[in-house]
Design a protein around this ligand. Sequence first.
Ligand code: ADP
Ligand code: MG
Length: 234
Amino acid sequence: MVGSQIFDIVRKQGRTLLTEVEAKDALRDAGISVVDTRLARSRDEAVAISGEIGFPVVLKIASTDITHKSDSGGVKVGLDSVAEVISAYDEIMSAVKQKNPGAKIQGVSVQNMAKQGVEVIVGMSKDPQFGPVLMFGLGGVTVEILKDVAFRLIPLGERDAREMIKEIKGYPLLEGYRGQDPCDIRALERLLLQVSGFIEHNPEVEEIDLNPVFAYSDGAVAVDARVVLGVEAR
Ligand code: ADP
Ligand code: MG
């Protein structure tokens, strides 16, 4: 499905927040690299989809009422067998029901388990004065505690993409710190330009969070995605 069709469905349901599956579908449609992610509405479906995707897989709670999936006990990674998928499904459901009793649950998303990379984040938010702004940073604690991030206005030029990556203090980590393989900086530049292009083509998108993106020595992939539409259609 193309992005605009997904947005129509979301709006018809009176929502502005896309599910993770919808967000990744819309981003993939724009050529952005995301992990294979599908919605399972039951335990049996989760098992069937795991078989199709191939082990190891990741299970995550799929609920438009839950933003921080891990905080709700809603993420299980590295599931290697049908038995592990079944128990992860049950554990996720009971944890989420306990922590978010009122949440409407669509099911779980089943995703392929991406190999660990350097975690980076890419975000877009709208500044009341300047309009859409792109953010780039290293993932995890560096963003939360050190606020080591760079911002640029959208639309982004190639030079902006290059500069904003180099600008963060953690850049040496991407260049290959102490014998680590360097990350594919070109892939990150391309990702930033693709997200910028996605916003240009879809001005109704109000917010994007790709957190985290795994950066590799060859390529990069978003393992989590959040997309929010503006309150009214423009
Ligand atoms: P949250 O809603 O809590 O942000 P995430 O989808 O970001 O949930 O998942 C939490 C963590 O689990 C991620 O930061 C990442 O380290 C890991 N993770 C999530 N999805 C995958 C995946 N498909 N493959 C590998 N690791 C993953
Ligand atoms: Mg996340």
